[in-house]
Design a protein around this ligand. Structure first.
Ligand code: HEM
Length: 410
């Protein structure tokens, strides 16, 4: 160790108090200072950069409420529905815990989509932030599996038939489909074994998500945040310390989000509950309308717009897989859509198509919805596979601001 290093250590040991004592042995306090309090952040981040913090807090709320729900939940086909009823009616504040958990799922997915489209719009996936993007997509996949497994647990009609439809979709995979369906369900139809598996999967994945968020944020701290201008900070004038600037900004975002959350929990609970799921699962009675939660509807819309069953499955899984290639499909040297006129319009159309596909899913891609769905699917893939690689050619001659402090949009 260098002289300077050993002097530094001695200095720290000589300081009195619990925190310096702890820091000399396990430097968590100095790491917290370096990575959080003093951490330099671009000075021009807008409200869309609040959503990472919002997602982290909602995840913690989901884990905390989930543990208490799990304590009272029975993962068997005979007991699941009744245990949820008991949580609602007999467990003290059980209705509140469940309402927060179920509302949290919807709010989490909404925040996740905003976070993802923010990244796409401002080119946050571009070098050197590829790992940030890829770990984010791993999180997206894990969160989707977790949400799906959780939806099966109350064992209402929609839980049961949702699991059934998902099983049939897996069954469409040539060769291994039937085997995979059997493996996931633990039988020919959803039942006791599937419920057990989904319960374990739901719990394990939820905590694993927390671990991957740690990796995601570690990757963020290697490169630092992107910003609305998409240019790297050039000096101290372009950045501010995270505390107090972004602690206060994140706190404001969190308060507004919590207000919206509370309005849904206390005044509009039925927005996030599906009426059909208040009926216990009945394998002998298929509901007239089987549809997933709103956050899966765009992918359900893709599934239904493609004529072949396996083709639909490929397209809806492909819609996520193609996102993994985005850092390499986009050839433009410019990050932010603010300076990419064509890409900006393309992003608008992409968002419209994604929402439209949600409506297509809700209307089971019938009649005019089928045509709209097909056009939206074609644009979705063309956006990534054609527009991203080629738009750089047509977007020449843009002059970027010299620096963040001197640029527009600060
Ligand atoms: C459990 C879910 C997730 C959590 C808790 C999470 C958390 C965070 C946090 C705290 C930040 C820093 C603050 C911010 O920029 O908003 C961040 C940044 C980022 N996240 Fe996520 N994230 C999640 C999922 C995703 C997903 C699905 C993607 C997209 C594929 C993604 C891509 C990114 C990118 C690209 C950044 C850097 C943005 C920039 O600096 O411009 N994240 N995330």
């Amino acid at each position: 160790m260098t002289d300077e290093g050993s002097r530094d250590r001695q200095d720290r040991q000589e300081k009195t108090g619990v925190l310096p004592w702890l820091d000399a042995r396990l430097p968590v306090v100095s790491a917290f200072r370096r990575e959080y309090v003093e951490y330099r952040t671009p000075r021009n981040l807008n409200g869309l950069w609040n959503f990472g913090a919002i997602l982290t807090v909602v995840l913690l709320v989901m884990l905390a409420t989930g543990i208490f729900l799990a304590i009272h939940y029975t993962p068997t086909a005979a007991g699941a529905f009744a245990s949820i009823e008991a949580i609602e009616r007999q467990v003290p504040s059980g209705w509140l815990l469940r309402s927060i958990h179920v509302t949290g799922a919807s709010m989490f997915l909404a925040a996740l989509y905003i976070h993802l489209f923010r990244g796409l719009y401002y080119g946050s996936y571009k070098a050197p932030r590829e790992m940030l993007w890829l770990t984010g997509l791993v999180l997206l996949a894990m969160v989707m599996f977790t949400a799906f497994a959780g939806y099966v647990l109350p064992w209402g009609q929609m839980s049961y038939w949702g699991a059934d439809v998902a099983g049939k979709a897996v069954d469409a995979i040539p060769g291994i489909g039937p085997w995979l369906e059997h493996f996931l369900q633990g039988g020919d139809a959803p039942g006791d074994v599937s419920l057990h598996r989904f319960f374990i999967l739901h719990m394990v994945l939820a905590f694993a998500v927390l671990g991957v968020v740690g990796v995601h944020v570690a990757a963020l701290h290697v490169t630092g945040s992107n910003n609305p201008l998409g240019i790297e900070p050039k000096g101290p004038r372009d950045t501010v310390p995270f505390h107090p600037y972004y602690t206060s900004k994140d706190a404001l975002g969190l308060i507004l989000f919590a207000l919206l959350f509370a309005v849904v929990v206390f005044f509009l609970p039925n927005v996030v509950f599906e009426a059909e799921n208040f009926r216990p699962a009945n394998p002998l009675h298929t509901p007239a309308d089987i549809e997933p939660e709103w956050y899966f509807l765009p992918f359900y819309g893709i599934l239904q717009s493609v004529p072949s069953k396996f083709g639909g499955l490929l397209a809806s899984v492909g819609a996520i897989l193609v996102l993994f290639l985005v850092p390499w499909l986009d050839r433009s040297p410019i990050r932010s859509a603010r300076f990419r006129p064509l890409y900006r319009v393309g992003m608008g159309v992409l968002v419209v198509c994604f929402i439209l596909l949600g409506f297509v899913g809700r209307h089971h891609a019938q009649g005019g919805w089928m045509i709209a769905g097909r056009i939206a699917v074609v644009y979705y893939f063309a956006h990534f596979l054609v527009l991203l690689p080629l738009s750089a050619r047509w977007e020449r001659g843009v002059v970027l601001p010299e620096s963040i402090a001197g640029g527009r949009g600060v």
